[in-house]
Design a protein around this ligand. Structure first.
Ligand SMILES: [Zn+2]
Ligand SMILES: [Zn+2]
Length: 171
């Protein structure tokens, strides 16, 4: 029986998974192809994946080699938006790069469950905020506060902000 070649790219995907500890086991678990033994570790085939995170379960397609490569492998795109990719890419760095507005958001952030450096500006996490104007405490998704179009502010200072529809002559 001919076996897949054992060099870096010729190794079969399944074989690579079995030899790559926890990371390999996870990729094998996430791979939703009927027969993952058909392609190699370095395959450019766009395989179907399903995120193993219980809260996520996102399905997406990406090339096998993008997930198995040692240099910046890709993971679930949905989770990638919520977990800082590096120490220099998180909510704090976003705040620091966004002048007065960023400064204010960082000041108002008062969550006890998560630290600001554990989140990204696009995080779906519902954090606790403390309004710097009226001292009201409320919870809002980080992304809703950092987005550029109609970011959410304090509900006490902006009554009806959630329901208000933009009027035609609203500039
Ligand atoms: Zn995910
Ligand atoms: Zn307020």
């Amino acid at each position: 029986m001919p076996r897949p070649r054992k060099d870096k790219y010729g190794m079969s995907f399944v074989e690579w998974c079995n030899e790559s500890g926890r990371r390999g086991a996870r990729l094998l678990l996430e791979c939703r192809e009927k027969d993952p033994s058909k392609f190699t570790k370095g395959s450019h085939y766009k395989a179907l994946w399903k995120c193993a995170e219980e809260k996520c379960r996102h399905k997406w397609r990406t090339k096998v080699n993008k997930r198995t490569r040692s240099d910046r492998p890709t993971g679930c795109p949905k989770c990638a938006n919520q977990i800082p990719r590096s120490k220099s890419d998180n909510f704090i760095t976003w705040c620091n790069a966004n002048g007065e507005r960023g400064k204010r958001l960082l000041e108002e952030f008062c969550d006890t469950e998560k630290k600001p450096e554990e989140l990204t500006k696009a995080s779906h996490f519902k954090a606790t905020w403390n309004c710097s104007t009226c001292a009201h405490k409320w919870r809002a998704v980080v992304r809703d506060r950092t987005r550029s179009g109609r970011p959410r502010g304090c509900p006490e200072c902006n009554p009806g902000a959630r329901k208000r529809k933009p009027k035609r002559d609203d500039v």
